[in-house]
Design a protein around this ligand. Sequence first.
Ligand code: F6R
Length: 607
Amino acid sequence: MCGIVGYIGMHRAADYLVNGLSKLEYRGYDSAGIAVLENNKIRVEKCVGRLDALRTKLGNNIPEGNIGIGHTRWATHGRPSDLNAHPHVAGKFAIVHNGIIENYLKLKEELLAKGHEFTSETDTEVVAHLLEDYYEGDFEEAVKKVLRVIRGSYALAFMCEDQPDMIICTKKDNPLVIGLGDGENFIASDIPAIINETRRTFIMSDGEIATVTPDGVWIQDINGVPISKKVFIVSWNAEAAEKSGYDHFMLKEINEQPKAIRDTVSGRINLEEKNIAFPELCWTEDEMKEINKIFIVACGTAYHAGIVGKYYLEQLARIPVEVDIASEFRYRSPLVDGNSLTIVISQSGETSDTLAALREAKRLGARTLAVTNVVGSSIAREADQVVYTYAGPEIAVASTKAYTTQLLAMLMLSIYVARLRNTLDKRTIAGLVTALANLPNAVEQTLKHTETIKGLAEKYSPCNDVFFLGRSLDYAVALEGALKLKEISYIHAEAYAAGELKHGTLALLVPGVPVIVLATQEDIYDKTISNLQEVKAREAEVLAIGFEGDSSLENYADHVVYIPKTDKYLAPMLSVVPLQLFAYHAALVRGCDVDKPRNLAKSVTVE
Ligand code: F6R
């Protein structure tokens, strides 16, 4: 997904711009560019490909100016190309844009009729031409006029040759932050791009227009009404956004799970009272009793966390739950009303489909709650209530620690709701709280099996297909294991509810095909083992994941990976770890770009 940076100050802007963009590489992109004001003239350097291609293009001929904007583009309108790369220029203006200008075709027609000449196929270029068209000597006024006519979603940064002392930026439905320095200021679409420079930030809200100079930042709305904002101090450090010695962000993030879990339970479990608390939530018992249905809405891995959440909420809090893919929910006229609660789950808090689903649920009158990892994200701001996961920045495209903390948040939430609705006895809650307190250690123990899993991943990495089976919560985790494997190793992988296999897919099981079977759910354990035997009877290779002490698994499976024994509800947070490691090592052996899988982006802010 696209990234934006901007710099204004006393140093060479290009250095910060390229460096800042490199910190946004995790978002996924296909071209990159910068625009710098050099001797009062805009100089643009941009090209298709990775940032290295831009660095090579610049060579020693680096623009010298102290004000500039930069961009990494993930193509939406127009293929990846030098011309379609941002920044886009018209007359005295250069602009960069994340998002989509929905009415660009109509605007382009009007501009063409007025004689404007376009050089790209992008929706973005109309913004630069509109600015040129509306400009009558007042840069800020021209920007406001542009904002009155464009429709869609955007984070935008603008530069003007007549105003060598300012960058203007604004946003709607796309993230944008301003980093506050000393005699210099920074603009970025995400915090990692500025964290090396400053931790003091303004998190921009929709409709705010910021005029950024070396000495200050002035924020106003479209009518010129000044807005005063609180400085937001970023609590994580630069190191947290780096690889810390690991070969890949994904491996670092898999290994960070014990800490992510510790941070997410912290302040929410009370070991003395053996209870769960969510100080941030303000629900009364009566309000909780009014809720007669829950919708969980999310995309991808977060959707898989939602499926686990359904099991938790239904079994512990006894509320009916529907889980929806966000892009389906928003268009299917869901039967949502004031007595229902819609929970949206999103690591980034910016996923376009999830945000739209949240808005749809609100429009229909539902109460809403967001489970997200990004403080101040659009989804966090728009939901009625927020439960944050504290996984820290997740850089690898493949979600790992965000997923486990989403499961954790859903489990704690379910226990909390169950308590308010009196559907769980104190002893059960106490048992779960104790198990939750031990969870980080259990994940650490699970991570110790890395070498065994690596060996298995190497053995099976040449395969074309891998199947994942499980029942109940094991099935939900199987879905996530299959997604992890396909997205980073490009091996075709499918997950099935183990009991469903015989209804068709069993036909695909031929000798040697690897089948990963999760067997952690004691209430349906025997059924899972029967399905495992159906698989073995077709001479498929079975890799089982089960609890320590369950040595009987070795009688049925070719390989067994053990996870520490825990409560069945916590098993998903352990059993997913070997699946993440399996996918990681299989991808590595196959020479894949683990952190940036092909065609994928970290934060999907288009529909
Ligand atoms: C897969 C993955 C994606 C995301 C999905 C939703 O590893 O990361 O499937 O889970 O794009 O993203 P968020 O959670 O940011 O809404």
